[in-house]
Design a protein around this ligand. Structure first.
Ligand code: SAH
Ligand code: SF4
Length: 421
């Protein structure tokens, strides 16, 4: 994930595309590993994280919490988990010791193991998180990235391990789909980030953290990590409803963005049942090219996708759909395509995000030249669209779109090679 700036509108001149000159090797912080016995025991007990309120009450009922107390207890636990960031029932001091002990025997509040935490020169942070196996599967690893900017801090969250889709410019698209993340695993990415950033009440902010001016470190969430969120609909929905619940993490739905490659039939459902902001990975203005770049387009072509966008509930100038457009040299970056993009989006409350392509080994594309990106942005700006160009962020820690996880896999392989000699 990269952060974004407004091209031509920010006070730095809006022309900060080239990698920051100060980029230096990242700082690697030793991960606070769980000891093996705790991890195993925790994995055997069902987790309470990621359950809806009714499901949480149901779990408590199965643990013999009296019927008359269910709502209250579920509310208390919710507050401890999501508002306070509790990781242990013992901390939940408004419940009796006996109840806390019963709950601790039955349920887990375990967070994933933090395999690695990297901090970029520019304050971007990246975590490699390991979740236990589900059933007969293996443990899985995902990455979560935090990008601090003036006035906000954005967390880029993964929805799947790998992706079933095969967008040709995306490194995740070359990886095998391992499994969907559970609602709990999606929420835990937010909890881990908030904990490591000291973003829960009464927690100390770690040294070197860049605190956005509003004071809240994780102020925005984007589902732009690994995976296609609308192919893991129910879990993403549960997780985002928890993230936006006012008694807990309490992020406004306007500060949560779900990004999709264009799973058209699920877009109305996302609007009706999740209600967050929507981003569309458009990347091309002609079906022929989009079929190649974003192959799901063969199923749901551009016209159908845009119809679904126009019908997305609650659109207004203050609540626009974001269209992501990755800049691929000599592939989709002509000025004719910029004009066509503007024509296609006519009449729709839209924002256009131009994303400089992040290259990866073996990729068949190059990033467009900066002059071309500027000229493309000018066409879009002149048509009245703010067209932020994402500034590359966290390049020194490889915290880029489509590079999550794969980069750290490479890194660890090379580390292993060094260790073996
Ligand atoms: N699957 C969803 C969300 C995850 S991808 C989707 O496709 O929208 C998040 C964003 O990163 C998408 O807009 C995606 O197209 C973009 N992206 C993927 N690989 C990229 C790369 N190498 N360079 C720039 N952007 C990339
Ligand atoms: Fe999957 Fe999104 Fe990458 Fe396409 S761009 S392969 S949908 S993660």
């Amino acid at each position: 994930m990269d952060a974004r700036i407004k091209s031509g509108h920010d006070d730095t001149g809006g022309r900060r595309l080239s990698p920051p000159e100060h980029a230096r090797p990242f700082e690697m912080i030793a991960a606070p590993a769980l000891d093996a016995s705790t991890a195993v025991a925790a994995a055997e007990r069902p987790s309470l994280i990621g359950l809806s309120r009714p499901a949480l009450a149901e779990a408590l009922k199965a643990a013999d919490v009296p019927e008359a107390q269910l709502r209250m207890r579920a509310g208390q636990i919710w507050h401890w988990l999501y508002f306070r960031g509790a990781t242990d029932f013992a901390a939940m001091t408004n419940m009796s010791k006996a109840l806390r002990e019963t709950l601790a025997e039955r349920f887990s509040l375990a967070r994933p193991e933090i395999v690695a935490e990297q901090v970029s020169e520019d304050g971007t942070r990246k975590w490699l998180l390991r979740f236990p196996a589900l059933g007969a599967g293996r443990p899985v690893e995902v990455e979560t990235v935090y990008i601090p900017e003036e006035g906000r801090g954005t967390l880029c969250v993964s929805s799947q391990v790998g992706c079933t889709l095969t967008c040709t410019f995306c490194h995740t698209g070359t990886q095998r789909m391992v499994r969907n993340l559970t609602a709990g695993e999606i929420v835990q990415q937010i909890l881990v980030a908030r904990e490591r950033l000291g973003d829960f009440p009464d927690a100390a902010t770690p040294q070197g953290a860049v605190v956005p001016s509003e004071g809240r470190l994780v102020s925005n969430v984007v589902m732009m990590g690994m995976g296609e969120p609308l192919y893991n609909f129910n879990n993403v929905k549960e997780a985002l409803l928890i993230a936006s619940d006012g008694d807990g993490i309490a992020l406004s739905k306007r500060r949560i963005t779900l990004s999709t490659s264009g799973v058209v039939p699920e877009i109305p459902r996302a609007g009706a049942e999740i209600g967050t902001m929507l981003a569309i990975s458009l990347h091309a203005v002609r079906d022929e090219l989009r079929n190649e770049l974003v192959p799901i387009n063969k199923k749901w072509p551009i016209a159908e996708l845009l119809d679904a966008c126009r019908a997305y509930p609650g659109l207004s100038n203050a609540r626009r759909i974001t269209f992501e457009y990755v800049m691929l040299k000599d592939v989709n970056d002509s000025l004719a395509e910029a004009k066509e993009l503007v024509r296609l989006l006519k009449g729709m409350p839209a924002k256009i995000n131009l994303i400089p392509f992040n290259p990866w080994p073996g990729a068949r594309y190059e990033c467009s030249d900066w002059e071309r990106i500027e000229a493309f942005a000018d066409v879009v700006n002149r048509a009245g669209y703010a067209s932020p160009i994402r500034t590359p962020r966290g390049r020194d820690i490889l915290a880029a779109c489509g590079q999550l996880k794969s980069a750290s896999e490479r890194m660890r392989k090379s580390e292993r090679a060094t260790a073996v000699g």
